[in-house]
Ligand binder design. Structure first.
Ligand code: FES
Length: 496
């Protein structure tokens, strides 16, 4: 791992949670519900179903918490910047109310689960703020606060904002929360596993068949189930055209050592550039988290510069010390602003999906999971209609920021900690040199649709510029739409 002034390229949550050791699925199994993906949506649904008397099996391609949930900020809130104004304008007040109530119920559900399952995850109740620094933004937060209060949410407008720099006012939601995202997921997994239900790790789903039973196949086994929930961020086996209904968006977080300024509450700016802020204590050490610098996935950007700006913001405006950790992730922004929860695709009978959590996945993912748990238990969920995966949605044609062939391949040996795409016998090979100079080579051809990957030196990953797939330096998929790894190749340089 390369260490720089922006800290280690690993999520604070992943780095401090310890590692789980659930077995890989080996053989065939039959349960009531199979869940693909051990993030917050999949595990929340699995536990709710288990507590309702169902048997469940969760299959996770990597380890619990190492996906998108482990790369969030850890905010648990129903205040999503200015979401209610936008949703009410677009869909009407009833839909905005449904979205808000589902998310607020998710916050309370998480609090109940933490307590009922005795999950030690640094869960804390805090106020959450969307703050304005300009007169223009001030008018927006006043409107948002009034609208949200009218929807029955715990919202007020305040000009008393406990940030260490001057702001004009904010929407304040009471009794929201923050937690250690991976420790929470590990607690969910502990509660799911056992008593006829299972968590399997390092068990990537490779095929999915609808029917009675529906079948999920992994490399070494299969799960037959009455129902399957696909909770993999970018849906595995996408039959619902979600790639045309969601924009995949990247965002970045830097965790710096907390300075001497106390910071209570969690925050997001309404003015641009958007900044998401909170303070956390992990194992006795205080950190300040600053998130932002988002952009469409696949856009070629200087990630190092983005991390630098977040670290500088924490230092200059929040009095933070040096950066310790940096991470990024991607999430789907549904183009009509509402997550997708329900049957996938419309013609399916037993395959359900959760996607498009719009970067507020801790609450939206929980809300979505509870909707599906109700559906599978034959209960009516009051918010299912708002999140319906088969609602009419305008489609986007996603602009491809670069040409499919990517940059020209070179011939140079990468420096330690760097990677480069080189051409050998007409084949493009992605070569990474670890900090000790040891080379690791994989095919540079993205397994989704064949674009050429590029090295992201800030995150130490191979990223695809076409639709945003990301791969570790050993070729393992970190984020889809690709679902299979980059194939190992001999190093074109041998091993210097
Ligand atoms: Fe689509 Fe790479 S070709 S993500």
């Amino acid at each position: 791992m390369s260490e720089r002034s922006e800290g280690k390229p690993v999520s604070l949550w992943v780095a401090t949670a310890g590692v789980t050791g659930y077995p890989a699925l080996d053989g065939d199994l039959e349960v009531d519900t199979a869940v693909i993906g051990a993030g917050i949506a999949g595990l929340t649904a699995a536990l709710a179903l288990k507590r309702a008397g169902h048997s469940v099996a969760v299959v996770e391609a990597a380890r619990v918490g190492t996906g998108v949930t482990g790369h969030t900020t850890g905010k648990v809130t129903s205040l999503h910047r200015l979401a209610y104004t936008a949703l009410a304008d677009r869909h009407g007040v009833d839909t905005a109310r449904g979205y808000g109530q589902a998310n607020q119920a998710a916050v309370e559900h998480i609090a109940r689960v933490v307590s009922a399952e005795r999950i030690d995850c640094d869960f804390r109740r805090v106020a959450n703020f969307s703050y304005a620094e300009t007169d223009e933004a001030l008018a927006l937060v006043r409107d948002e606060a009034a609208l949200a209060a009218g929807l029955g949410l715990p919202s007020v407008f305040t000009s008393d904002v406990p940030l260490p720099f001057a702001v004009k006012g904010a929407v304040r939601f009471e009794n929201q929360a923050q937690f250690h995202a991976v420790k929470y997921l590990q607690g969910l997994a502990r509660a799911v596993d056992g008593g006829g239900s299972f968590v399997f790790e390092e068990s990537r789903a490779v095929a999915l068949r609808d029917g009675s039973p529906a079948i999920v196949e992994t490399g070494r086994g299969s799960v037959r189930a009455r129902d399957v929930i696909v909770a993999t961020n970018v849906p595995f086996g996408d039959g619902g055209f979600f790639d045309a209904r969601c924009l995949l968006h990247r965002s970045y977080v830097v965790a710096s050592r907390a300075g001497s300024l106390p910071l209570e509450g969690t925050y997001i700016s309404v003015d641009d550039p958007m900044r998401s802020i909170l303070a956390v204590q992990v194992e006795g050490t205080g950190y300040l988290l600053a998130g932002g610098e988002g952009h469409p996935a696949g856009e070629s950007v200087d990630s190092t510069e983005r991390y630098r700006r977040l670290a500088a913001f924490s230092r200059d405006r929040l009095g933070a010390g040096g950066a310790e950790f940096r991470w990024s992730t991607q999430d789907g922004l549904p183009i009509d602003g509402l997550p997708f929860v329900g049957i996938m695709p419309p013609s399916a009978s037993h395959v359900h999906v959760i996607t498009g959590l719009r970067k507020w996945g801790l609450s939206n993912g929980t809300a979505a999971a509870l909707i599906l748990a109700d559906t599978l238990c034959g209960r009516v969920n009051p918010w299912a209609r708002v999140f319906d995966s088969n609602r009419a949605t305008p489609a986007v044609s996603v602009a491809r920021p670069v040409d499919r062939d990517g940059p020209a391949a070179g011939h140079a040996l990468p420096a330690p900690g760097e990677g480069s795409v080189v051409e050998r016998d007409g084949e493009k090979v992605a070569v990474y040199a670890d900090p000790a100079g040891k080379l690791r080579a994989v095919s540079a051809v993205c397994t989704h649709l064949g674009c050429t990957v590029e090295f992201n030196s800030a995150d130490v990953t191979w990223d695809c510029p076409c639709h945003g797939s990301r791969f570790a330096t050993d070729g393992t998929v970190i984020q889809g739409p690709a679902s299979t790894s980059l194939v190992p190749r001999p190093s074109p340089f041998g091993q210097p």
